[in-house]
Design a protein around this ligand. Structure first.
Ligand code: KG4
Ligand code: ZN
Length: 353
């Protein structure tokens, strides 16, 4: 089955052609990062306007690079939410129009189920990756979400742990902004922390009595701010390197600590990791080590499929496809609307049947 997938939930305009939910025939991501960088974060209206300009060229490029014809495409998938509403509306409208014109079924996808499905993806030159069998635990760690799920099945997901304040990626972004390092913070902090002493500053992992598995990153952010104030000016050189290394290690330590507790609580030793922050090499190494120590398995997609992309939406759509296609080869819900918030445990609804 060949699916054309479109993703536009935040500041990446992406389209991909995916075969059988795993083989990525094309994967086009047009990032608006540089446009938003001067504002220090994503400006929703600017994101929507850029999606409006970029979506059709990105879809054209994805189809051309995959070398498929419209006849060969079996379905169109699109991110329905959660995300920035204006950004989602652009992707949805393009997907609906293409489904209408080409008489294709339209499959709406939950963005986080996309991140969860990224572990299945491979390029034509790669062999099929191992994927976790159900049930497994999933750490989704991005700019908008930091949570651990117990995945009993594609539509049977239980939230084990969530963030009480900032998402981990948001903490990286805010700390980078405090230090005038630009946006997004994660990649620049990782780069500039290289060679720094992660033990220079002792940032402790928060212990939350009422909900010990939940995350909290706002205290860490405030602790970094206190260090900057104490320093008297924005740190540079070795002082900056040490501060960033200590911050990064503390953020990673908290993520690893909560995964460890979730594994213990649920008695499951299969852990998938996805979302933009899972590009972080220290996090990848420490989680891989944790799972090795526990004689379990860590499933972490290649970095290109950790940040937002449409291939993961195609992978998630393939799992759902039968449910839509058995309603008729051209099943399309024209009332489909964007969901800016959408709980991952909410059962799927198929409207218009
Ligand atoms: O998944 P994603 O592309 O978009 C959302 O759905 O949020 O994640 C973006 C987030 C940003 O906060 C960015 O700073 C963070 O992922 N990020 C990283 C790294 N690369 C991206 N955080 C830490 N280390 C990285 N190497
Ligand atoms: Zn995302």
């Amino acid at each position: 089955m060949i699916i054309l997938a479109i993703e536009s939930s935040c500041d990446e305009t992406a389209a991909s052609v995916v075969k059988d939910g795993e083989l990525v025939l094309s994967d086009v991501v047009r990032s608006q990062v540089e446009i938003h960088a001067k504002w220090g974060g994503v400006v929703p209206e600017i994101a929507s306007r850029n999606h409006l300009v970029d979506t059709i060229p990105v879809v054209d490029q994805a189809i051309a690079e995959a070398g498929v014809t419209w006849e060969e495409i079996d379905a169109i998938a699109v991110t329905q939410g959660p995300g920035l509403v204006g950004a989602l509306l652009v992707g949805l409208q393009v997907a609906k129009s293409l489904a209408f014109v080409h008489h294709k079924p339209l499959i709406p996808v939950h963005h986080l189920k996309g991140h969860l499905s990224a572990v299945a993806l491979r390029s034509p030159t790669e062999s099929q990756p191992a994927t976790p069998s159900y049930p497994f635990l999933a750490l989704v760690v991005s700019g908008g979400h930091t949570a651990i799920y117990r995945v009993n099945g594609f539509d049977e997901i239980k939230v084990i742990s969530n963030t009480l304040d900032d998402a981990a990626g948001e903490a990286f972004d805010k700390v980078a902004r405090m230090l005038g390092l630009g946006y997004p913070g994660g990649p620049v902090i990782e780069r500039m922390a290289a060679g720094g002493d992660e033990r220079k500053y002792r940032f402790t992992t928060p212990q939350i009595k009422a909900s010990p598995l939940d995350f909290s990153f706002s205290g860490l952010k405030t602790a970094v701010l206190t260090c900057i104030k104490r320093h008297g000016s924005l740190p540079e050189g070795e002082a900056l390197r040490d501060l960033l290394a200590s911050f990064q290690a503390a953020a990673v330590e908290q993520l690893v600590d909560r995964c460890k507790s979730a594994i213990k609580q649920e008695g499951i030793t299969r852990l998938s990791v996805s979302g933009g922050v899972s590009c972080n090499t220290l996090l990848r190494c420490r989680l891989t080590k944790l799972m090795n120590d526990l004689k379990g398995e860590a499933y972490i997609p290649p970095k290109r499929w950790c940040t937002d992309n449409a291939a993961m939406i195609g992978a998630a759509a393939a799992v759902q496809a039968l449910r839509y296609m058995e309603r008729g080869p051209h099943h399309r819900d024209d009332t489909l609307n964007a969901k800016s918030t959408w709980h991952i445990a909410e059962p799927p609804e198929i409207v218009g049947l």
